[in-house]
Each structure stands twice: as structure tokens, then as C-alpha cells.
Design a protein around this ligand. Structure first.
Ligand SMILES: [Mg+2]
Length: 256
């Protein structure tokens, strides 16, 4: 009996090995025949489901990337939003339709740390005399209305890099400022998750996505508005490669 089981196990292993070797040889031959410059696009194309530009489920994407008070090696409590940028992208044309960009004066810890300025490029003078979050948020909601992000014809969706902005930072800031989170900001597209669905690779961050797509990085990393432009560049590239975006994340109050 034992020898029969051993025999079957060996046959199974041999068949799996043959399959593995077959699949990998096809991959190695394809990969080796491509020029080095096309390495990334080949690698990405393997994971892309569609190659032609498709109609998106949303009329516009609202790319958002907060910057907040911070200190090296420790958490500032309460952490507060100091830069509030949002770029509205038309999903048909991939053009920027409108931009909301305000620096925000922190209320609880009004003095920025040298680490925060070094990381984000935001200097003390840029937040002094600016509106506090509560007033900025009123301005933002007014902007959303004026630009008709949601009406009988339009449906927009927020896009962020990671889940931190809308899962952690906005709910904490809204609680601190005693304001409600609008229902439209309780679900969003995490572009890292979308990138993974499109390519089969989960990226580490903005630079990683740009590198894989062979796109240049613009401006300064951790500047909220520059991060938005770079996220928008990734978004446009994936739209043009035929990826159809869907909501990836929603607010979970247990995680705050
Ligand atoms: Mg950022």
C-alpha cells in the first residue's frame, strides 16, 4: 500500500514540476526577447486585463492628499491637517477640471516642528493666518457644490494613495473640529489597491507606481498638492491603459 501511495505522490510531483517548468520557460523566453527599456511595460501588461481605454463608472475623480502635523519618531496628538489639496479630473478627457488647495492653520499645536517643515516643505508662515480646519472644510464643501461633483448627471469618487487620508486623518480631524463627515467622503479608491488589481503588483507608494509606469515624478514628495498631481498622473495612465476603477475602501469606524 505504502509503495502505491509513494508512487502516486512521485507522479503528482513530477507532473506539477513539468507544469511549473513549462509555464516558467514560456515566461523566461518572452521576457528575455524584450528590450530592457520595455521591461516595465511588459511586466505591467502581463497583469493588465484590458488594453483599450474604457468608460469609467464615475464622471470625475477627486484626487486628495492631506499633509498633517508630525514629529520624527513620535506621534503628535492630536494630529491636525495643515494642507488640504484636491484635484478634480474628468474621467473622459483625463484633464484637470478644477483644483481646491488651501493650507490650514493647526489649532491645538500651532507651531510646526522642523521635521514637519523638512518633510512636507510647509513653512510656519504658510499656515499662520490661514483658516482653521472647520472653516476650510466649509470652503471645500462649497467647492464640491460649485463644481457639481454630484448631481443628476455627475457622480464623483475620491482617490487617495493608501487609506490613511479618509480612514484615519479626516475622521480624527472631524471629531476634533466637531464636524460631520459627508457621506461622499466615506468611501473611496485607494490607488495602491487599484494599481494592484490592474497590474498584479502591490506598490509601496507614489514613486514606486510612477517608476513601474515609467512616468516622471513631479515636484516634491510629501507636498500635498504635488502628491495629488503625481497620483493623478498614475490615475490617467491606468485609465489610458484600459483599467476601469471601482471603489476599493469604505470608512470603518472601528479602525479609528
Ligand atoms: Mg502626501
Amino acid at each position: 500500500m505504502c509503495s502505491f501511495i509513494e508512487h502516486m505522490m512521485l507522479r503528482l510531483c513530477a507532473r506539477n514540476y513539468q507544469q511549473w517548468r513549462g509555464n516558467n520557460w514560456i515566461f523566461v523566453i518572452k521576457y528575455a526577447t524584450l528590450p530592457e527599456s520595455r521591461e516595465n511595460s511588459f511586466w505591467l501588461n502581463r497583469g493588465m486585463k484590458k488594453q483599450r481605454k474604457q468608460q469609467q463608472r464615475f464622471s470625475s475623480f477627486l484626487v486628495l492628499d492631506f499633509e498633517a502635523t508630525c514629529e520624527r519618531g513620535t506621534a503628535i496628538e492630536p494630529q491636525e491637517i495643515i494642507e488640504f489639496p484636491c484635484i478634480k479630473i474628468n474621467t473622459k478627457t483625463c484633464e484637470v477640471e478644477d483644483i481646491f488647495h488651501h493650507y490650514v492653520q493647526p489649532k491645538e499645536n500651532p507651531v510646526l516642528t522642523p521635521f514637519c517643515t523638512e518633510l512636507t516643505g510647509i513653512m510656519q508662515e504658510m499656515v499662520n493666518n490661514q483658516l482653521y480646519f472647520k472653516e476650510t472644510f466649509v470652503q471645500f464643501q462649497k467647492w464640491l457644490e460649485e463644481t457639481e461633483c454630484w448631481n443628476s448627471h455627475n457622480k464623483s469618487m475620491f482617490v487617495t494613495c493608501g487609506d490613511w487620508d479618509l480612514q484615519i486623518m479626516l475622521p480624527k480631524q472631524c471629531r476634533l473640529s466637531s464636524v460631520d463627515i459627508p457621506s461622499e467622503m466615506k468611501h473611496w479608491i485607494n490607488i495602491k489597491k487599484a494599481f494592484s488589481a490592474a497590474t498584479g503588483y502591490f506598490p509601496r507608494g507614489i514613486i514606486d507606481m510612477l517608476t513601474k509606469l515609467q512616468l516622471p515624478h513631479q515636484g516634491r514628495l510629501h507636498s500635498g498638492i504635488d502628491d495629488c498631481h503625481n497620483i493623478a498622473a498614475v490615475l490617467k495612465e491606468l485609465i489610458n491603459r484600459g483599467f476601469v476603477f471601482e471603489e476599493t475602501s469604505h470608512l470603518n469606524l472601528d479602525k479609528i
